[in-house]
Design a protein around this ligand. Structure first.
Ligand code: ADP
Ligand code: MG
Length: 441
C-alpha cells in the first residue's frame, strides 16, 4: 500500500509538467491509487466529475507515466469513492463559504520568487494589497504563457483576504465569465444571479482576458460590470497574454478602461531566478538538490516557468522511484526527453481566424444556431483547435460555448472525413493554417 501511495504521488508530480496547480488541485487532490495488480491500475476519485475528467483527458497520460516510473504496462480504470454521510449531517456555513472565491491557497506571495523579470509587477501587486480599490485600479498584468500571471493574481486575492477576512474576493477565468453569461441568455434566465456573482464583490480577478476578443455581448456585459465596480472603488485585477492594445477585436472603450490604471508586464526569468525557483519548488516537495543539478536544469530549460517546474517534478519522481539521488546523467536524460518549448498558439487566434474566414460572428458561432454555414465554422474551429493546439475535446467544447465532448468528437471526425473528399475544404483549411501560424511566429 505504501508503495502505491508513493507511486501515485510521483505520478501526479510528473503530470504537473502539463497541468496547472489549479487543475491538479481541482481534479487530482483527493485521488488515490487503489490497487495495482496484473497490469491493471485502479484510481479512486472523490466524485464523478473528477473521474470523468481524468478518464476523458488523462487516461493515456496516466498509463504512460506509470509505465515510465515502474517499467511495466498498466490499463487504468477510475472509480468513484462511495461517501456515506451520517444522516442529518449539517455541512454548515463553513463548508459553503470560502471555497466560492476560486482561490488556490498555495499560490501566494511567499511561494512567488521575485527577480528582475517580475519585480515591477510584484511590487505593484503588493501595493494593491495595501490599498485595494484606490491606488492602481485596474491592475492589468500581461506576459507570455507560464510566467506567473495566474500565480500573482491568486497571491493578490489571498493576501487581501488575509488582511481582511471579510473582503469578498472572486477569481474567475474570463472564459467562465463568458460561458456563464451566454448560458444565462440562452436559457432565458434572468442575468440577475450572474450579475450578483460578479458585481457584489470587493475584489474581482479576471484571468486570461484575451478570451473576450471578438465576443461582443460578453464585452458589453463586462464593460458594465467593470464600471459598476470601478465607480464603487472596488479593486479589479486583470491578466492577459498581451497588452490591452494588442488584443484584437476588443472594443476601444475596454482597451482604454483596461489601460487606465496600471499595466505591468512580466518577462522570462533570468538564470539566478530560475535556480531560486527550482530550489524553492524542490524544498516545497521535501527534496534538496545539489547546486550543480539546479544549474544544469536552469541553464538548459529555456521555456517558461511551468516547464521548468515540470522537468523538476520528473527528476524528483524518477529519482524517488529508483531510490537514487538525481545524478547528472539522470537529469540529462529527463531534459533530453523534454519537448522543446512549443510555439504558443492561442485559442483566440484560431477561433478568430476561422470566424473571419467564414464571415461568422464569434458569438453566433458559439450559440445554439444550426444553419449549415455556422455548423461548418464550428466544426472547422474544433478541428483546428484539436490539431494546432492539442486541446482536449472537453476543453474545445467549452470554447465552443459549452458543448458536450461527444459533439466535438463528431464534428472533428466529420471534417477529417470531408477533407478526403473535398479539395475546396482542404484548400480552405490549408489557408487557415498558414494564417494562424503566421500570427504566432
Ligand atoms: P501564467 O498564468 O502566466 O500562464 P502561472 O501563474 O500558471 O503562469 O505559472 C505557471 C507555474 O509556474 C505555476 O506553477 C507557478 O506557481 C509557477 N511560477 C510562475 N512564476 C513563478 C515565480 N515567480 N515563482 C515561483 N513560481 C512561479
Ligand atoms: Mg494563467
Amino acid at each position: 500500500m505504501q508503495n502505491e501511495v508513493k507511486l501515485w504521488k510521483n505520478t501526479i508530480s510528473c503530470l504537473e509538467t502539463e497541468l496547472s496547480k489549479a487543475t491538479i488541485g481541482a481534479f487530482f487532490a483527493d485521488t488515490e491509487l487503489l490497487s495495482l495488480e496484473e497490469g491493471k491500475a485502479k484510481i479512486l476519485c472523490s466524485n464523478g466529475i473528477s473521474a470523468d475528467y481524468l478518464r476523458n483527458r488523462y487516461k493515456t497520460k496516466i498509463q504512460d507515466t506509470l509505465t515510465t516510473l515502474t517499467g511495466k504496462d498498466y490499463t487504468v480504470s477510475f472509480e468513484v469513492k462511495k461517501v456515506t454521510l451520517p444522516q442529518d449531517q449539517d455541512l454548515g456555513p463553513i463548508f459553503k463559504s470560502s471555497q466560492n472565491d476560486g482561490l488556490v491557497v498555495s499560490y501566494n506571495f511567499d511561494s512567488l520568487v521575485v527577480g528582475f523579470s517580475n519585480r515591477l509587477a510584484v511590487s505593484v501587486a503588493k501595493a494593491v494589497v495595501e490599498q485595494p480599490g484606490s491606488l492602481h485600479n485596474p491592475l492589468f498584468v500581461h506576459s507570455g504563457v507560464g510566467l506567473g500571471k495566474t500565480h500573482l493574481m491568486h497571491a493578490v486575492g489571498n493576501a487581501i483576504k488575509e488582511r481582511n477576512p471579510k473582503a469578498k474576493v472572486l477569481y474567475s477565468p474570463a472564459e467562465s465569465f463568458g460561458n456563464a453569461l451566454i448560458k444565462a441568455i440562452q436559457n432565458r434566465r434572468p442575468t440577475s444571479s450572474f450579475r450578483k456573482k460578479y458585481r457584489m464583490v470587493d475584489v474581482l480577478l479576471i484571468d486570461d482576458i484575451q478570451f473576450f476578443a471578438g465576443r461582443q455581448s460578453t464585452q458589453e456585459e463586462f464593460f458594465n460590470t467593470f464600471n459598476e465596480l470601478h465607480l464603487a472603488n472596488k479593486q479589479i485585477v486583470l491578466a492577459s497574454d498581451r497588452h490591452p492594445s494588442e488584443i484584437k477585436k476588443l472594443e476601444q472603450r475596454l482597451v482604454s478602461r483596461f489601460s487606465g490604471g496600471m499595466v505591468a508586464d512580466m518577462q522570462e526569468p533570468d538564470l539566478d531566478m530560475k535556480i531560486e525557483i527550482l530550489r524553492r519548488k524542490a524544498r516545497e516537495k521535501g527534496a534538496t538538490l545539489k547546486d550543480e543539478v539546479l544549474l544544469q536544469v536552469a541553464e538548459q530549460i529555456t521555456g517558461n516557468i511551468r516547464q521548468l517546474e515540470g522537468v523538476l517534478n520528473q527528476i524528483l519522481a524518477i529519482s524517488a522511484s529508483q531510490n537514487l539521488d538525481p545524478t547528472e546523467e539522470l537529469v540529462a536524460g529527463v531534459i533530453k526527453n523534454t519537448p522543446c518549448p512549443q510555439k504558443f498558439i492561442s485559442t483566440e487566434d484560431i477561433v478568430q481566424s476561422v470566424c473571419d474566414h467564414f464571415g461568422i460572428d464569434l458569438e453566433i458561432m458559439s450559440s445554439k444556431k444550426r444553419s449549415q454555414n455556422i455548423v461548418l465554422t464550428r466544426q472547422v474551429t474544433a478541428y483546428l483547435l484539436r490539431n494546432l493546439s492539442q486541446m482536449s475535446f472537453k476543453d474545445i467544447g467549452e470554447v465552443l460555448g459549452g458543448r458536450d465532448h461527444t459533439t466535438v468528437i463528431h464534428g472533428v471526425e466529420k471534417i477529417e472525413k470531408n477533407l478526403k473528399e473535398s479539395p475546396l475544404l482542404k484548400n480552405q483549411i490549408n489557408h487557415l493554417r498558414v494564417d494562424i501560424l503566421g500570427k504566432t511566429s
